[in-house]
Design a protein around this ligand. Structure first.
Ligand SMILES: [Zn+2]
Length: 233
């Protein structure tokens, strides 16, 4: 019974090779890179939006604070003119000086915020350029990938037809086990028993596993997860 599945695997190797040709192609690689960029760029833009909004809020808050201080300064200046004693006048001057310093310090803060805003603007521009580039790449390599796929299609169909024909003669339970493993990257899927060991990874199998193999069953290697079978002469 295992012989048929081994024949199946032999033909399946051709299908696997065609799949590998497609999956490891430059067409697929470039297409995938562009796809990944385009599917994550929304998050990048959302983060930039949040950053830009935060900066704008800070900017407006500083402007507001400056306005408030300017008004206080104007008030104090008018008080200085009307002050009756020299002590009052000097106290007011000191106050005015303090406020002036605060206004200057806020100007520095504004400059820093403006620099950050320019940086965000540059990032937006960069993301925009990269997005356009990715869109071009996505389209170009999407077409190239599809062309390659079409090119391989007749061969794929041919091999699949052979496999379908072979499938009919194989025990469905065994076939299902194989098909399940086929979803993984490992190939081949079946490996023979070598003495008491799995021929693929060399792990010694349990007594129970060996007994199962003696009974003509196929077992899964606990170490490499391949399907182990026993050869019959
Ligand atoms: Zn193994």
């Amino acid at each position: 019974m295992i012989e048929k599945l081994l024949t199946y695997q032999e033909i399946d190797k051709e299908l696997k090779s065609l799949e590998n040709t497609l999956n490891s192609s430059e067409e697929k690689k470039q297409y995938a890179i562009a796809y990944k960029f385009l599917s994550t760029v929304g998050d990048v833009v959302a983060k930039l939006d949040a950053k830009a909004e935060d900066l704008l809020n800070k900017f407006n808050a500083v402007i507001e604070k400056q306005k408030e201080l300017s008004e206080r300064l104007a008030y104090i200046n008018s008080e200085i003119e009307g002050s009756e004693t020299e002590e009052d006048a000097s106290y007011m001057l000191k106050k005015a000086d303090e406020i002036l310093n605060s206004i200057k310090s806020l100007e520095d803060t504004l400059k820093k915020i403006t620099v950050s805003m320019e940086e965000v603007k540059a990032e937006y521009a960069k993301v925009g350029t990269n997005t356009k580039r990715a869109q071009v790449q996505y389209k170009e390599y999407g077409e190239k990938y599809n062309n390659l796929k079409k090119e391989l299609e007749p061969k794929v169909k041919e091999v699949k037809a052979k496999l379908d024909a072979l499938k009919k003669g194989i025990d469905p339970v065994l076939m299902a086990k194989y098909d399940e493993k086929r979803k993984d990257k490992n190939f081949p899927i079946l490996t023979p028993l070598a003495g008491k060991k799995c021929a693929s990874c060399g792990m010694e199998l349990s007594m129970k596993a060996i007994a199962d193999l003696e009974n003509g069953n196929v077992i899964e290697c606990e170490n490499c997860r391949l399907l182990v079978y026993k050869k019959y002469r």
